[in-house]
Design a protein around this ligand. Structure first.
Ligand code: T46
Length: 144
C-alpha cells in the first residue's frame, strides 16, 4: 500500500575493521538516486526544512550524530529520531518536514529522486495544506 513515510533499515556488512552500509537505487530506496546532498556544521538550536515537495522523493540518513524529523502529511504529525548510519527515513512527495534537535557534529545525508528545483517546493504551510487536502491520497488518509 501507499506509505507516505517509513523508516528503512539498510544493510550492514559487519567487519572487525568497521562496518559498511550500502544503498542501491530501486532496492533500498524506491527511486533512481539523481542527487545527494548533506547538512553539516549545524549550529546548536538551528532548524532546517520547513517545506514539502510537490513530486520529490527523498531518503534522510544521520551519517553522524543525531536529529529529529517532524513529519506531517496534512492530517497526521509524527516525530522520528535518526541516530544510526544504517537507518533511513523514506519520504514520499507531499510531506511537510522539519529537522530539529541536531546534536553537535550531526551530519544529515539526503538521497533525492531528482535534481534541485525550487519550483518543486511548498515553502508556505498554508499552501501545502491547501494542496494536500485536495489530493485523493489525502482524502483516503483522512477516512482512516
Ligand atoms: C529537505 C531538507 C531535508 C541548492 O542549491 N541545491 C540543493 O540541492 C538544495 C537541497 C538546496 N539548494 C539551495 C537552496 C537554498 O538557497 O540551498 C539553500 C538552502 O536550501 P533549504 O533552505 O531548502 O535547505 P533545508 O536544509 O531547509 O532543506 C533541505 C532540502 O531543500 C529539502 O528538500 O527535505 O533539506
Amino acid at each position: 500500500g501507499l506509505e507516505r513515510w517509513k523508516t528503512v533499515e539498510l544493510p550492514i556488512v559487519h567487519d572487525s575493521r568497521g562496518n559498511l552500509t550500502f544503498i542501491e537505487s530501486n532496492r533500498h530506496v524506491p527511486f533512481d538516486i539523481k542527487r545527494v546532498y548533506y547538512l553539516y556544521d549545524i549550529p546548536g538550536g538551528a532548524q532546517r526544512g520547513g517545506h514539502a515537495h510537490k513530486t520529490l522523493q527523498q531518503m534522510l540518513i544521520a551519517m553522524s550524530g543525531s536529529f529529529d524529523v517532524i513529519l506531517d502529511d496534512g492530517f497526521v504529525r509524527q516525530t522520528l529520531s535518526l541516530n544510526r548510519g544504517y537507518c533511513g527515513i523514506y519520504l514520499e512527495k507531499l510531506i511537510w518536514r522539519e529537522l530539529v534537535n541536531f546534536s553537535s557534529g550531526a551530519v544529515c545525508m539526503v538521497l533525492a529522486s531528482d535534481f534541485y528545483d525550487e519550483s518543486d517546493y511548498y515553502r508556505e504551510y498554508d499552501e501545502f495544506i491547501k494542496a494536500v487536502r485536495g489530493t485523493p491520497e489525502a482524502l483516503g488518509n483522512k477516512a482512516l
